[in-house]
Structure formats: structure tokens, C-alpha cells
Design a protein around this ligand. Structure first.
Ligand SMILES: Cc1cc2nc3c(=O)[nH]c(=O)nc-3n(C[C@H](O)[C@H](O)[C@H](O)COP(=O)(O)OP(=O)(O)OC[C@H]3O[C@@H](n4cnc5c(N)ncnc54)[C@H](O)[C@@H]3O)c2cc1C
Length: 185
């Protein structure tokens, strides 16, 4: 893929996939890395994207706090459903980091990040799988995610059977651009 094509693809993923998730009142996102990250340093690209998404969500929540819609606030308080209050109990991070077993076994990521049959099961609004082929054991832990964005250099791998969006290419090239563009989006 040409550099311009990658930029265009990233822009459309930001606009059509990531932005609608960020606009949800209480979005949940998991960013996961697999063997394809290649090293512990490569895994930092996954963590950087997660941190940037987290900062974006926290900033937009702060903006909402600064100018709350009084009517909405009161009706939500009366309903008593604390989970539906956008500025409610926010101590739980909206963005988590995950990893495949190959990434954990290779020493790229700590075991606590493991997603799958031997790890955590997650059902976020958006699961971003970076360099993960989509084995059955991994899918067990994330297949019920509402949307799945796969970033992989091989379009034939099983993660694309369940992905709702994809970027085909080298994640070492894609993730830094995606993260930088997200900051100014
Ligand atoms: C009993 C048992 C239990 C298991 N439990 C789990 C579990 O709980 N969780 C789990 O995850 N696995 C589990 N596994 C392991 C599982 O079978 C797979 O081996 C593992 O999920 C593969 O991880 P992966 O997708 O990161 O690696 P791979 O299958 O090697 O895939 C790596 C992917 O990265 C892509 N890639 C490579 N380089 C790049 C690049 N530069 N840019 C973009 N893409 C790139 C490749 O195309 C490939 O698709 C278990 C296995 C067994 C037998």
C-alpha cells in the first residue's frame, strides 16, 4: 500500500469507526497486541494508542462536566441508573490493554493482559486487534465485542472473519500514524 493510501485508510477508520465510538456516552475500548508487534518495544505502540484513546475520552468527559445539560443531568439522577450517568463513577478506565498468548509467551506483554480462553473475556464497544491472527482460543475472549478493528499485514487470517473493519499493512507503520492523527482529530 502506498503511503497516501494508508493515510486515507486511517482517516476513514478514524471518521467511520473510532469517532462514533468516542461519541458514545460511556465508551469502552480494548486495544490488544499479538505476536505481530515483534517486541516489547513494538508493544509500546499498542499502549500508546490505548493511552491516547483514554486521554481523548477523559478530555471529552471533562468538557461535558464543564457544561452539563441540566435537564439531562436531573432526569438521569432521578432514573437512579448510575451506569447511564456520563459523569458518574468514572474510576474504571474506559480503555484497557490486551494481548494474545503469543505476545505474552514472547515476553512482549505481561500475563495480566492476556485475552482468551486462558485469560480475560471482554465485550467492549470496540476491540482493536493489532498483529493478532484470531485463533479460536483468542476469539473466545473477545468475539462478543460490538465492533472489531483488525490491523494486520495478512488479509487472509481468521481475525478478518469476525472483524467489522480492518487496516491491512505493517502495524509499525500504521499505529504511530493512527495515534498521531487521533490526537488532532
Ligand atoms: C490450550 C491452549 C490455550 C490457549 N489459550 C489462549 C488464550 O487464552 N489466548 C490467546 O490469545 N491464545 C491462546 N492460545 C494460543 C493460540 O492458539 C494462538 O497461538 C495465539 O492466540 C496466537 O497469537 P497471535 O495471534 O498473536 O500470533 P500469530 O497467530 O502468530 O499471529 C500473528 C499475526 O500478526 C501478523 N503480523 C505479523 N507481523 C505484522 C506486522 N508487522 N504488522 C501487522 N501484522 C503483522 C501476522 O500476519 C499474524 O496474523 C492457546 C493455545 C492452546 C493450545
Amino acid at each position: 500500500m502506498q503511503k497516501r493510501d494508508i493515510n486515507d485508510k486511517i482517516q476513514s477508520v478514524l471518521k467511520d469507526v473510532i469517532l462514533p465510538i468516542l461519541e458514545l456516552p460511556d465508551p469502552k475500548i480494548v486495544v490488544s497486541g499479538g505476536r505481530g508487534v515483534g517486541s516489547a518495544e513494538g508493544f509500546r505502540l499498542v499502549e500508546n494508542l490505548a493511552e491516547t484513546l483514554r486521554n481523548k475520552i477523559e478530555a471529552s468527559k471533562k468538557n461535558n462536566e464543564a457544561s452539563p445539560d441540566t435537564e439531562t443531568e436531573i432526569s438521569l439522577m432521578i432514573s437512579g441508573d448510575s451506569d447511564s450517568i456520563p459523569w458518574g463513577p468514572l474510576n474504571k478506565s474506559p480503555v484497557s490493554v490486551g494481548a494474545s498468548r503469543a505476545a505474552v509467551v514472547s515476553g512482549f506483554a505481561p500475563r495480566k493482559y492476556l485475552i482468551g480462553i486462558n485469560g480475560r473475556t471482554v465485550t467492549p464497544d470496540l476491540y482493536i486487534a493489532c498483529g493478532i491472527s484470531g485463533s479460536l482460543q483468542h476469539r473466545f475472549g473477545m468475539t462478543d465485542s460490538k465492533q472489531i478493528l483488525a490491523i494486520n499485514d495478512d488479509h487472509t487470517v481468521p481475525i478478518f472473519e469476525i472483524a467489522t473493519a480492518g487496516i491491512i499493512g505493517d502495524l509499525h507503520e500504521i499505529l504511530p500514524i493512527l495515534t498521531e492523527q487521533l490526537k488532532t482529530f
